[in-house]
Design a protein around this ligand. Structure first.
Ligand code: NAP
Ligand code: HSE
Length: 425
């Protein structure tokens, strides 16, 4: 007689872009049963083949309190009620799969502690770079490395916008709308374009890579909303592309520098060639040297690939021991000492509109020199009918606080700073 297949039971909380992709992909696995699905609006029409409407509830607590469910998959996003749902599920002995980067960045410490106390695992491959396998490789095959530098493109929406503005001269608003329609953007796209989403992701990524907890409030953040098409053109002429870069560095004394901001990256660098929704994470360390992982960073199926991968990993381990997947547990106990942005060293691109008076370039040069800023180049391109000159400056590596002070003095001298963007060193 054929033995009946023991199915692992999944509760799916959320059936939007990611949840739909997870549901559709899980249809290919007959050892997994989706026992319940929670949504916000039970009446919403859902064009999903094979969806059994009797499984749908608008009470996600039915899932986290169900004694039958082994794994809770949370793909609703946000803090409330996701935090309480995951906490309740852990206390009820469920393993968790989540794509919720905001929740991990803000409440990772409490949730991983709770998981430890309840001997349960939280997997979150989809939360950092969509479809790119990243967390599992870092915690397993790369775990013998001491990684001291991360440079990454972690937000698909902004990379899509910047690429289309650069290559197709498209307008910011049109491309943002397109990214929303394609399912890349967050429910509120401010999170993407102002750099919050990338800041959540680098907070968690830097924490696991450096083995010290990075606090979100110590991560410097700047979005892409002030980037002008003129900056993109100027960057191209100078041999650069503009990307929203999430980065982390840790020095030999354990001081970390973790941030998100637009950056001019050299056209010859790997990240300059990461276009549209693609994400990429470059890691440098010993003994590996430099490695870049890249792939689709957002969207229904790439994200579902990571979520389903986490579910299958748990399914293959559940029941084997009391302490499954020890490599995936949270190991660090200390907080990272994070340097303030004003103490960091950067190169800068500055676009200035100045009155084209005699000595204008000399004055800008003097202000920079007085503030310990050495210039790599200063170019005056054109003078408009109203006698305004467009001046583009690239500095050598200088201290952020000196640059900010010089920028203020340049403004006080009657000039307009159109843009001040850091340049990859
Ligand atoms: P979404 O399309 O807005 O879907 C959210 C889903 O959650 C919807 O089905 C919604 O129900 C449901 N929901 C919201 N509040 C709920 C509540 N209180 N109780 C029950 N269900 C609730 O969002 P998404 O793009 O799939 O993103 C989900 C998560 O994945 C977020 O954490 C996001 O940051 C993350 N993520 C997204 C992507 C991506 O490319 N989209 C990539 C990586 C990670 P209704 O359908 O009834 O409205
Ligand atoms: N809104 C996010 C992005 C989804 O555009 O990258 C993937 O995390």
């Amino acid at each position: 007689m054929q033995k009946e297949l023991q199915k692992v039971k999944i509760g799916l909380i959320g059936l939007g872009t990611v949840g739909s992709g997870v549901f559709k992909t899980l249809q290919n696995f007959d050892n997994i049963e989706i026992s319940k699905i929670a949504v916000r609006d039970i009446k919403k029409h859902r064009n999903i083949q094979g969806l059994d409407l009797s499984l749908i509830t608008d009470d996600p607590y039915e899932i986290v309190n169900s004694p039958d469910i082994d794994i809770v998959t949370e793909v609703i996003g946000g803090i409330n009620p996701a935090f309480d749902l995951i906490s309740t599920a852990l206390k009820n002995g469920k393993h968790i799969v989540t794509a919720n980067k905001e929740l991990l960045a803000k409440h990772g410490k409490e949730l991983f502690t709770l998981a430890q106390e309840n001997n349960r695992v939280i997997l979150y491959e989809a939360a950092i770079a969509g479809g790119i396998p990243l967390i599992m490789p870092i915690k397993t095959v790369l775990s013998g490395n001491r990684i001291n530098k991360i440079e990454a493109i972690l937000n698909g929406t902004t990379n899509y916008i910047l690429t289309k503005m650069d290559l197709q001269n498209a307008s910011y608003n049109d491309v943002l709308k397109e990214a929303q329609e394609l399912g890349y953007a967050e429910a509120d796209p401010t999170g993407d374009v102002e750099g919050y989403d990338a800041a959540y992701k680098i907070t968690t990524l830097a924490t696991i890579v450096f083995g010290k907890r990075v606090k979100l409030e110590n991560v410097y953040r700047e979005g892409i909303t002030k980037i002008r098409s003129q900056d993109m053109k100027a960057a191209n002429d100078l041999g650069y592309k503009i990307k929203l870069i999430a980065s982390g560095k840790i020095d030999e004394n354990g001081k970390a520098d973790v941030r998100v901001h637009p950056m001019l990256v050299a056209k010859k660098s790997t990240l300059a060639h990461i276009d549209y929704v693609t994400n990429a994470v470059s890691l440098s360390g010993h003994p590996i040297g430099d490695i870049t992982l890249s792939g689709p960073g957002a969207g229904e199926f790439p994200t579902a690939s990571s979520v389903v991968g986490d579910i299958l990993t748990l399914v293959s381990e559940i029941g084997k021991s009391d302490n499954i997947l020890p490599m995936m547990h949270c190991k660090h106990t200390v907080d990272a000492d994070v340097i303030n942005i004003s103490d960091t060293i950067n190169k800068y691109y500055i676009s200035i509109s100045a009155r084209n008076n005699i000595g204008v370039i000399g004055k800008i040069g003097t202000i920079c020199a007085d503030n310990h800023i050495s210039l790599a180049s200063i170019v005056q391109k054109c003078v408009s009918d109203d006698n305004t000159a467009d001046i583009t400056v690239i500095t050598e590596p200088v201290k952020e606080c000196d640059m900010q002070k010089a920028a203020e003095l340049i403004k006080q001298d009657g000039n307009k700073i159109n843009s001040l963007i850091r340049v990859q060193i």
